[in-house]
Design a protein around this ligand. Structure first.
Ligand SMILES: [Zn+2]
Length: 89
């Protein structure tokens, strides 16, 4: 799920700029995950009875399904923060 091209197919940019580069993407993927999951949490807090567990279950299911997308969005944001200008080949 986390496998990516080593280099950009368009400009040849090496994505993993240094060993452990993607660890920094945790900082950019965290707010994305929070923004997506927070509505489920609020709905669970506001729900009554068994609906609480339904919203928590939906939150976990959505998290499991959306994990690859959220991770890649976080990585995309991280590399855009670190690479300002790409030289053409
Ligand atoms: Zn590129």
């Amino acid at each position: 799920m986390l496998q990516m091209h080593e280099n950009c197919p368009n400009c040849g940019l090496k994505y993993e700029l240094e060993p452990g580069f993607w660890l920094g993407a945790l900082w950019t993927s965290y707010p994305i995950v929070v923004a997506i999951e927070l509505p489920f949490l609020f709905l669970a807090i506001l729900a009554e009875g068994n609906m609480v567990w339904l919203w928590f279950a939906l939150m976990i299911i959505f998290m499991a399904i959306g994990y690859p997308v959220m991770t890649r969005l976080g990585r995309s944001a991280w590399i855009h923060l670190n690479v300002r200008k790409i030289k053409p080949l």
